[in-house]
Write a protein that binds this ligand. Structure first.
Ligand SMILES: [Zn+2]
Length: 311
């Protein structure tokens, strides 16, 4: 989960980026915020879309699909990495206009997307006003839902995509693998292409052990590109080692502060002093990044608290 900037920034005109002959993507610009959410299209005999973004950006999602030369009826599969509102809050809205599409979600997300009340309530509890900014999801009828167990595979024609369960950020997180391309959602953190940096993103019920295992699991695959939701493609060489190390460094700094009874804000200041690029990620990407990073510190503190409680 990443916090949306309530202060609007001007957005560049929507343009479709070509990654290769099959993979295209665009900047969704929710609430006119650029370089925040990327939406990916895989175009083969069948057409899949990875992530829909939040409900508030439904119109720009539709515009993006049309700008790619597609009709809404052409969409066969709507595939989120996980159902946090910034990734799939608009899933039901989009399914409502894509009459031929099926949505594919983790078994743990299945009941929430068909019956949204708990999902919405949980999002409001965690995000507060930002949940309203993202917008309320719409339910998806179970007849249009596919549950993706670990290893679930789907043929799009020449290409296959495969589900790799990557819990840690969320228990229902899936990384989608298509040949040497991986759609990593939030499982490898946030990627700031302009800074050449990536940092962890960990919400309240973060599982550090599982997050590291998931990164390890992805590192064993022969991948060429990681496609982040926040934000854009990244050449994969060396990324998993660097990501694991960054997650561990953050946890070490958070744990030191937590043991010294520092507040999450004070710990974040220590991270700002220690992690090069983090200050710039805040300065260059709007005020929301500070609350996102603060949420990550709190997520890590929750993990430590739960670990302590278990002895
Ligand atoms: Zn998330």
């Amino acid at each position: 989960m990443v916090h949306l900037n309530p202060y609007l920034m001007s957005c560049v005109t929507l343009s479709i980026e070509k990654h290769n002959d099959h993979i295209f993507w665009f900047d969704l610009c929710p609430n006119d915020e650029s370089a925040f959410i990327s939406v990916y299209l895989i175009i083969d005999e069948k057409i899949a879309i990875i992530e829909t973004g939040p409900a508030c950006s439904h119109d720009s999602l539709v515009q993006g699909v049309q700008a790619a030369g597609l009709n809404l009826q052409d969409i066969d599969y709507v595939i989120p990495t996980h159902i946090h509102l910034d990734h799939f809050g608009g899933g039901g809205h989009f399914m409502a206009v894509c009459e031929n599409a099926q949505a594919i979600v983790h078994p743990k997300a299945y009941k929430h997307v068909s019956n949204i009340e708990n999902w919405w309530q949980g999002s409001c509890d965690f995000l507060g006003d930002i949940a309203n900014l993202y917008g309320k999801p719409k339910p998806i009828n179970q007849s249009r839902l596919i549950s993706a167990e670990e290893g679930f595979e789907l043929s799009l024609g020449n290409l296959n995509i495969k589900a790799l369960h990557t819990p840690g950020h969320a228990p229902h997180h899936i990384t989608w693998i298509c040949n040497k391309d991986a759609f990593v959602g939030d499982s490898a953190g946030l990627w700031y292409p302009n800074l050449g940096k990536s940092f962890p993103v960990t919400p309240g019920y973060y599982r550090h052990d599982l997050a590291l295992e998931s990164i390890e699991k992805m590192s064993l695959l022969d991948l060429e590109y990681l496609h982040y939701t926040h934000f854009g493609p990244r050449y994969s060489k060396g990324v998993f080692e660097a990501t694991k190390s960054e997650f561990k460094i953050w946890m070490t700094i958070v744990e030191e502060g937590y043991r010294a009874n520092l507040s999450a804000k004070d710990i974040l200041e220590k991270l700002f002093d220690n992690r090069s690029g983090l200050v710039e990620s805040d300065r260059n990407h709007g005020v929301h990044q500070r609350s996102t990073h603060l949420g990550t510190v709190e997520g890590m503190m929750h993990w430590l608290r739960r670990e302590d409680a278990q002895g």
